[in-house]
Design a protein around this ligand. Structure first.
Ligand SMILES: Nc1ncnc2c1ncn2[C@@H]1O[C@H](COP(=O)(O)OP(=O)(O)OP(=O)(O)O)[C@@H](O)[C@H]1O
Ligand SMILES: [Mg+2]
Length: 373
């Protein structure tokens, strides 16, 4: 039974490379036979120099290292391995004979993670190897997560700097410039306001992606006027469009259209789509918002005259941190979260979203909600 437990979680480490180092041929053979059942990739060395050479050229995932060897002993080998960045992270398990307590302590000081006393118990040997492979694996994974987090924070910091410097700039103008006329003053304040709005939108997306990924998204569903929600989102985005001399055109049905939805979340969906249309289109273009109310469904279209997307970009459009080949056209920030949040929200609401686009022909984003959803 012990063996079965060992085997169960060993499968994912099947490809782990193990280096066995011992000057006694019979020892190497014995260890290899036991290990090979679970780990087919075994390399062997019969002395320290050879071991270091192999470890440097083909870094193994774990090293079983004999303590007492002629010429270069296990401690020296271990110290050498820990000095070299290529081999420093590889866990080393010492192999020792009974009564070598002093050397075992020295082994830990040299950077070993564990030791095994001869004669070996197969189960103990396998259990220790597995434990250290698992620990190494977890450590690597943590390191990956950590650098993912670092690059994410770096990106956020970079993107918040844009609006922040605009705010600082206008605030300084207001503070230090004498005799600013009322119209200028108002336009400076407008810019400050719209940049703070942009920053809070970014923060909201960042916090949301966390909540959504942790399954903590609660929708507060009520009956709302869809035309009112659309009007509010346009109101919020109008400032940016104006700065780029773009026009946002609405094509709404005559009648009132009601929808059962979470107002803020719906607003967020439309604002993300409109903000993208404005961000990725060059100055002077038009963005259309059309609402089509049919017997089967509610269809909301956001169409732009921007660069459109190529086939490769289309595949990644709704993925997290997808920053594709299209770039913002007036230095606007871009984290690559907006559409991944939109997609998750639309899915949760039971709707559909897709993008009809061709390179050079703009994007048409379509949101569709069935009558019963
Ligand atoms: N209307 C559009 N026209 C062209 N490219 C677009 C359009 N909308 C999105 N994209 C491309 O898709 C990518 C992902 O969009 P998404 O909204 O998820 O992120 P973002 O706009 O970069 O950042 P943010 O998190 O601030 O929304 C963008 O970086 C852009 O390359
Ligand atoms: Mg966006």
């Amino acid at each position: 039974m012990g063996m079965d437990i060992l085997h169960a979680n060993t499968l994912e480490f099947l490809h782990s490379k193990i280096l066995v180092v011992d000057d006694m041929e019979s020892n190497v053979r014995l260890l290899s036979v036991v290990l090979k059942k679970y780990y087919p990739n075994i390399m062997t060395a019969s002395n320290g120099v050879e071991a270091i050479k192999i470890a440097t050229q083909t870094p193994p995932d774990i090293i079983l290292l004999d303590l007492m060897m002629p010429d270069m002993d296990g401690i020296e080998v271990c110290l050498e391995l820990k000095k070299n960045p290529t081999t420093a992270q590889i866990p080393v398990i010492f192999l020792s004979a009974i009564g070598e307590t002093k050397q075992i302590v020295a082994g830990f000081e040299a950077g070993a993670v564990d030791y095994l006393v001869k004669p070996y118990q197969a189960t103990e040997l396998l259990a220790r190897v597995k434990t250290h492979l698992l620990m190494q694996h977890l450590q690597n994974r943590l390191q990956d997560l950590n650098s993912e987090k670092d690059s994410f924070l770096g990106m956020v910091a970079h993107d918040l700097r844009g609006p922040l410097s605009i705010i600082t700039g206008y605030a300084e103008l207001l503070l230090f410039q004498k005799n600013i006329d009322a119209q200028k003053r108002e336009s400076y304040l407008q810019s400050i306001l719209s940049q703070t709005h942009r920053m809070s939108e970014m923060m909201k997306n960042l916090l949301d992606i966390n909540a959504i990924e942790n399954g903590k998204l609660n929708l507060d569903v009520k009956r709302h006027s869809l035309k009112e929600i659309i009007a509010s989102s346009i109101e919020h985005q109008k400032g940016y469009a104006l700065m780029k001399k773009q026009v946002i055109q609405q094509e709404m049905p005559e009648e009132e259209v009601f929808i059962e939805t979470d107002r803020n979340r719906f607003l967020q969906i439309v604002e993300n789509l409109v903000s993208n249309a404005v961000k990725y289109s060059p100055p002077g273009k038009t963005v259309w918002i059309r609402l089509k109310n049919t017997a089967e469904n509610l269809r909301l279209e956001i169409q732009d005259e921007g660069p459109g997307l190529n086939e490769e970009d289309k595949k990644h459009l709704f993925q997290k941190f997808a920053r594709l080949s299209t770039k913002t056209t007036a230095g606007e920030p871009s984290i690559g979260l907006g559409l991944s949040i939109v997609k998750k929200l639309v899915d949760t609401m039971g709707g559909k979203i897709w993008c009809e686009t061709e390179l050079g022909k703009g994007c048409l984003f379509v949101l569709s909600f069935g009558r019963n959803s």
